[in-house]
Design a protein around this ligand. Sequence first.
Ligand code: PLP
Length: 425
Amino acid sequence: MKKTTILNLEQVKEIEKTCPTPFHIYDEKAIRKNVRELKEAFSWNKNYREYFAVKATPNPFILKILQEEGCGVDCSSFTELILSEALGFSGSDIMFSSNVTPMEEYKKASALGAYINLDDYTHIEYLAGGPGIPETICCRYNPGGVFELGTDIMDNPGESKYGFTKDQMIAGFRRLMELGAKKFGIHSFLASNTVSNEYYPALAGILFELAVELKEKTGADISFINLSGGVGIPYTPDKEPNDIKVIGEGVRQKYEEILVPAGLGDAAIFTELGRYMLGPYGQLVTKCIHQKHIYKEYAGLNTCACDLMRPAMYGSYHHITVLGKEDAPCDHKYDVTGSLCENNDKFAVDRMLPKIDIGDYLVIHDTGAHGYAMGYNYNGKLKSPELLLQEDGSVKMIRRGETPQDYFATFDFCDILNNIDYSVK
Ligand SMILES: *Cc1c(COP(=O)(O)O)cnc(C)c1O
């Protein structure tokens, strides 16, 4: 699929007059369209709901758009909970899917009436000894082993730190019932960024069969099945995107096949998608400020891994467009780098691109999820602003860029840095 940019060259030049690059830009219209298609694909399930994984794009303006489209939120930390609370999410709008959870986070989730998704068997007594077991409770399942789709190994649950084993799920449900739980959810996350229409249906098959077994063995009332995140996006242009209609239909078939005959035809389907909801609808707009010619050709940008860590962290591919040169031949090979004193701070290695000139704008694609959110302040680098291209075509700032004052804010208890000179001179 050909990758297009949210903004064209003229728009970027116009925005630069008031908000210089680098910046993140999100596309409101595309975000809304995508949520509507997702909801449509699961509309066969009466109580279907998407709980957006806040960690992917923790911006209140983005969360507001998703809230308007009917989404809940999936949180896993205190700050994500209070951000969600401030936006008016409460009770069944919030899924709390955490792990290694501190007590104060369980207390906050409990005070908000959120669905609590336990990551471990031992957390049952931990929660019972704190805010107590709520009437509805969810447990996260880890089937162990390797997770395969056809002949492809997708991921390795046996090596992952999350979830209960099967025996623990059974024992856990019994214990939770003794402690007063009345309704149950089950959750599992087996593979990340799956670009395959088979993942959700396969996961649904595993969870639905588990639900039937849990109902038979414990008598538990299973009210929802949470398919979690993991539906991916094609970062490379040669891949076809997932077809959410086909995915929804694949889950429906498993539902009819497994849950309905077992008397579980009322169970709600929940999802906690992050990447799929936002990934393609955010881009990082940057400028080439240096070029160097040593053993390789380097194009240096006015940003770094502080704005997008995925390439440095996972070696991930992010497509790059040189604005205004969309149709020029990709006949030059570059390493496209940031400015960190870390040799892995490269947005692309050996990438064929049009000839880049200093001052060219480079758009890094698919940064809408796990992009800004993952950035960090190593080297004292400051994170860029986030902008929203609104439905009416206007651009609004939805988070300002960091300043040196933000970077030093955690020294505000002492006067040693009182006399910092913030000017460039
Ligand atoms: C990260 C995460 C998600 C979202 O994952 P994506 O790959 O962005 O869809 C959902 N649920 C939980 C518990 C997570 O940790």
